[in-house]
Design a protein around this ligand. Structure first.
Ligand code: SF4
Length: 241
């Protein structure tokens, strides 16, 4: 069978051996992050849809998993924001009912988490990896270039609700862009927001490959370690990834 919606398994830095499901191909996302390693977002949208047929995804999953592959996670992510797909809940439910031996991870940019229905759809996952790169609106717009209507406050509220409702593990990712979200004020705001969200871990990320914009650079190692120490004052489970 030729898989159109599955990729990997790949060896992921965070997730180990991970089978990816790409629910939103063609760079469909609610953000257009300057550091995105998938390149510039082609379709910046906030509306949900059936961007790929759920029936095809389920067929591919059943076929692939029939071989009992060794996996650490099945990961809903891909080249855009997976919660934009209206079928994400159905896919998670199917996996839990028919392949309960596999753990499910969801990568999300957090934009849609203020919606309680969407939180309900992903709550059966085992691990959720949301992102939050800025608290100040100007910095959020500079780094994440959102579709109209999204704000950092709304994302933080959604993340706080998610923490209350979700029994699984949350690893909050903060992507650091030198001189944009790495000043003292923004770092304090991010740490305060993280304290309210209360994730199980914080992952500090920085550019490893070419981002969407050529001016984005990786963080110098010393700065990254300094910021990691700053977060560890409140979160011992802070890691550079
Ligand atoms: S949220 Fe993720 S997929 Fe969307 S633009 Fe940002 S980095 Fe790329």
């Amino acid at each position: 069978m030729r898989y159109k919606h599955l990729f990997g398994p790949v060896q992921s830095r965070r997730l180990g051996r991970s089978l990816g499901i790409d629910l939103v191909p063609d760079n469909i996302c609610s953000l257009d992050c300057v550091y995105c390693e998938c390149g510039t977002t082609r379709h910046i949208i906030s509306t949900r849809g059936h961007y790929v047929p759920v029936s095809e995804v389920l067929l591919e999953l059943d076929h692939f998993l029939a071989g009992n592959p060794l996996l650490d996670y099945i990961t809903l992510g891909g080249t855009g924001e997976p919660t934009l797909h209206l079928g994400i809940g159905m896919i998670i439910t199917h996996l839990k009912e028919h392949h309960p031996e596999y753990k499910i991870a969801v990568l999300t940019n957090s934009t849609l988490l203020a919606d309680s229905e969407i939180r309900k759809e992903i709550i059966a996952a085992d691990l959720i990896l949301p992102s939050l790169d800025a608290v100040t609106t100007d910095i959020f717009e500079m780094i994440n270039r959102p579709a109209p209507g999204f704000t950092p406050e709304q994302m933080i509220d959604g993340l706080i609700q998610l923490r209350r409702e979700f029994r699984g593990i949350i690893w909050l990712e903060i992507f650091l862009v030198p001189e944009i979200n790495t000043g003292n004020d923004e770092l304090h705001l991010l740490r305060d927001a993280a304290l309210r969200i209360n994730p199980d871990r914080i992952h500090l990320n920085s550019l490893h490959r070419q981002g969407a914009e050529p001016w984005v650079r990786g963080m110098p190692k010393d700065d990254l370690h300094r910021i990691c120490r700053f977060f560890r004052e409140c979160f011992s489970e802070t890691y550079i990834i």
